[in-house]
Design a protein around this ligand. Structure first.
Ligand code: SAM
Ligand code: SF4
Length: 335
C-alpha cells in the first residue's frame, strides 16, 4: 500500500476532478465565447494517458473521480475510458466514478455509463424554457437534454441538476425548476456565476444573482432547514421541509470552504491545479509522457504538487486576475 496523499495542512486528497476535453457542443454564454479556439489534439492527454494518470491517483488514495470538461461526452471513445476505470471500482479502491455533463449526449450513453459503474450524474440545466435554453447555451437544444435526463433516470442513474443562478434570466423560474426537480426526484444545486476567462462580454445574459438572495426568495415559499453535511467542497445543502427536497448552493466566491478541501483538478492537458482560486499548477503530462515505462516520476510529481497545495484561496481574486476575472476557462480546468 502506497502512502496516501496528504497535503501540508493534513487534508487527505481523496477527490480528483478530471477535464477530459476542452471542447463542447454548446457555447454557454458564461463559459465560452461563440468562436472559441480549442487546443490542438496532441496537447490533450490520450485516453491511455488519462487511464495511467487516474490509476496513479487512485493508487495514491483518490477514491472519487469526477469526469468533466468541456463536454466529456463529446470526446471520441470516452466510454473506453469510463470502462477502463471500472476495474478500480470493482477492486474497491475507487469508491465513486461520476461526471458533470450538459446532457446533450446522455440519451446515447446513459446505459453504457451505468454499465461502467457510474451511479450519479450532474446535468447542467439553467432553464426549462426552450428559447431561453437556446439563448444561454447558444448551440444547445432543450428537448435533447430532457431526453438525456429521462434516459439517465431510466438507466438507473441518480441525476442532480446544476443551475447557474442568473438574475434577470432564471430568477422567475426558481419555483418552477424546484417543482420540476421535486416531481422527478432529482436533486438541485444552484451555482453562483463566476467571472471566468474571456467569454465575450457583448452577449452577457443575466447578471450575478447572489445565492443568499435566492435562498431568501425560496424561504418565501418553503421552510428551509440547513443540513450539516459537507462534501469537502464549496456546496452547502438545505432541505425544503414541505417537499423533503435537498437543495445545494455553490458559492465559490463568497464562502470559505478551504479547511475541508479534499480535492484537486486535472486539466485536459495534464496540469494539476491544487486550488480552484489560485493559478499555481503542476505539469503532470511531462513526467507521464516522457516515461512511458514507469509511473514513478509521475507519482513523484504528484506528491511534489500536493506538498504545494495552498491553505486556501482567501477569495482574493484580485492578485491573480485582470479585471477580477480568473483568466483560465472553466472548460479547460473543468467546472
Ligand atoms: N459541459 C459540462 C456541463 O456543462 O455540465 C461540464 C463542464 S462545465 C464547465 C461544468 C459546470 O461549470 C457547469 O455546471 C456550468 O454551468 C458551470 N460553469 C461554467 N461557467 C461558469 C461560470 N462562469 N460560473 C459558474 N459556473 C460556471
Ligand atoms: Fe459547454 Fe458546459 Fe461550458 Fe456550457 S458550461 S459551454 S456545456 S463546457
Amino acid at each position: 500500500m502506497e502512502t496516501p496523499l496528504i497535503d501540508p495542512f493534513a487534508r487527505p486528497i481523496s477527490y480528483l476532478r478530471v477535464s477530459v476535453t476542452d471542447r463542447c457542443d454548446f457555447r454557454c454564454v458564461y463559459c465560452m465565447s461563440e468562436n472559441m479556439s480549442f487546443l490542438p489534439k496532441k496537447e490533450l492527454l490520450t485516453l491511455e494517458e488519462l487511464d495511467r494518470m487516474c490509476s496513479t491517483f487512485v493508487r495514491l488514495g483518490v477514491e472519487k473521480l469526477r469526469i468533466t470538461g468541456g463536454e466529456p461526452l463529446v470526446r471520441r471513445d470516452i466510454m473506453k475510458f469510463f470502462y477502463s476505470m471500472t476495474r478500480h471500482l470493482d477492486a474497491g479502491t475507487l469508491k465513486e466514478l461520476t461526471l458533470t455533463t450538459n446532457g446533450s449526449q446522455l440519451e446515447r450513453f446513459a446505459e453504457d455509463l451505468y454499465a461502467a459503474g457510474v451511479r450519479r450524474v450532474n446535468v447542467s440545466l439553467d432553464t426549462l424554457d426552450e428559447q431561453k435554453f437556446a439563448d444561454v447555451t447558444r448551440w444547445g437544444r432543450l428537448p435533447q437534454v430532457l431526453r438525456g435526463i429521462d434516459a439517465a433516470q431510466r438507466a438507473g442513474l441518480r441525476v442532480k441538476i446544476n443551475a447557474v443562478a442568473l438574475k434577470g434570466f432564471n430568477e422567475d423560474e426558481l419555483f418552477s425548476i424546484t417543482d420540476w426537480c421535486a416531481d422527478r426526484d432529482i436533486d438541485l444545486t444552484w451555482i453562483e456565476v463566476m467571472p471566468m476567462g474571456d467569454i465575450g462580454n457583448e452577449d452577457r445574459i443575466g447578471q450575478y444573482w447572489k445565492l443568499d438572495d435566492l435562498r431568501a426568495d425560496l424561504a418565501q415559499r418553503y421552510t428551509i432547514t440547513d443540513l450539516p453535511e459537507s462534501t469537502g467542497g464549496p456546496a452547502r445543502y438545505v432541505r425544503l421541509e414541505e417537499t423533503g427536497q435537498k437543495i445545494g448552493f455553490i458559492t465559490p466566491l463568497t464562502h470559505n470552504f478551504c479547511e475541508s478541501c479534499n480535492r484537486v483538478r486535472l486539466t485536459c492537458t495534464g496540469e494539476l491545479f491544487m486550488c480552484l482560486g489560485q493559478e499555481d499548477n503542476a505539469d503532470l503530462r511531462a513526467p507521464l509522457r516522457n516515461h512511458p515505462g514507469t509511473d514513478a516520476p509521475l507519482e513523484e510529481a504528484i506528491r511534489a504538487a500536493i506538498a504545494r497545495k495552498p491553505k486556501g484561496h482567501d477569495f482574493d481574486y484580485s492578485r491573480q486576475t485582470v479585471d477580477g476575472r480568473v483568466s483560465r476557462h472553466m472548460s479547460h480546468t473543468g467546472g
